[in-house]
Write a protein that binds this ligand. Sequence first.
Ligand code: HEM
Length: 510
Amino acid sequence: MEITSTGAVLLAIAALAITAAVTEIARRRRRGVACETPPPPPVVNCTALLGLLPALLRGDVPAMMRRLYTEFGSVFTVGVLRVTFLVGPEASAHFFQGLESEVGHGRLFEFTVPMFGREVGHGVDDATRMEQGRFFVEALKPNRLRIHVDPMVQEVENYFAKWGQDGTVDLKHELEQLLLLISGRCLLGREVMARFDEVCRLFRDIENGLNLMSVFFPYSRVIPSNRRRDAAREKLHAIISDIVRSRKLQGDHHHDHQEAAGNGKHDVLQSLIDSRYRDDGRAAAEAEVAGLVISLLFAAKHTSTHASVWTGARLLSHREFLAAAVDEQEHLVRKHAAAAADGTGTITDHYGFLTDMPTLHRCIKEALRLHPPAPTMVRTALKQFAVRTREGHEYRVPAGHTIASPIVISNRVAYIYKDPHLYDPGRFGPGREEDKVGGKFSYTSFGGGRNSCVGEGYAYLQIKAIWSHLLRNFELRLVSPFPKTDWSKLVPEPKGKVMVSYKRRQLSTT
Ligand code: HEM
């Protein structure tokens, strides 16, 4: 076969192109860059699922998750459920910071629509929901939190003033009641407090409407708890809408915000009433404000109650940390009373006092690491996306999968937290700061990224207000066994009663 000069040139070019392609493939292989789309995550097989049975029967959800994590690594799929789990900061990064168009809520939270109304949250489009999220951020930002501290502290003092000289109480019941009163006062406001029992009853019917059945059939009227929930939501919406309407009318009469504050209306409800949508500057409608404030109460109530109870149970089971927290209170009372502006030797700047407690802060933070009130967060993969693990494996998570970030496991990974199963508040202290060393998304009890908790600052303030008061005024002992977690609840909680004995005391501050 004769080869022309043009043919020889073409052949040489083709040979060069092939050589270049082969070299590139070899180079990518050497660097470990996959040429094809990454494989799907390892799938939890039937044998592994069967192996979970003993833990499942014990109701030990973390043990089940730990077992899967140990066997399958930080990214795995439970095929029958089409759920892909992402464990640890590296694998979870996409969960927290992926685009809303890739990693969104989908219809996972549809069950909240009949709880809070069609006007808010997952009843509205993404853009409106983000605006409403901004209303929350504005209402709970640090300079607004300052306003809530005095009423918070007052509620705490009034509540414990009703305890006797000594006695035994169920801490879970006590703190739930107290936190409801604080929420009533700081979130909902004065008018609601006037008909508090009725509001609590209605709110309880809405809460009880959240169960496994309502998650799958949120709108079914055949389910009695759904019917009770709907009736309660309508009534509670009407009560709050009336209050909003009347406040708006009063606001129209005198536009002076100071005056509103003077009337005791410096609560979160008022901040929501004052909120404006950015696109057209309109104020949130009455039904929107009602839905928003009810959803906020829901987000705040169980989380803060469980966090306060776990903090107490842990502190009262660890003498050394309890002693350190009490010492800190003694020191702070001396410091802040001496600095008080009114010269009476009592604390006047409660915000300054409560935000100056690193030891108690770490005790709460550590209780929340071990007992995160929201133990798993979920989203929907709206598009397929790739995740890279700490070990360098890459997986493609298919579109349509539910993705789950199990905080309860991520908060205990041994490459970030030393002896992760131990209660050790010092791990967050100077010289260790294990969560900071671990990097972004190492500590996710309050979530992370775009949808992280807007109430974190508020939550710490109220838990500190409670525990600071208890540590200063009572000697406390846990008299029931350290509580297990009740995983049968949709929001897991300390199981059974948490019995604590108390005796009044005067803290030495001299
Ligand atoms: C110790 C107490 C608390 C814990 C552990 C906690 C935890 C969380 C977590 C993990 C999320 C993210 C959920 C997700 O991404 O799916 C979240 C969201 C949220 N939290 Fe909290 N929370 C607490 C207290 C509060 C309080 C007191 C409030 C209100 C005053 C509040 C209001 C909210 C709201 C409105 C969201 C939704 C944010 C959004 O979707 O943009 N939380 N919380």
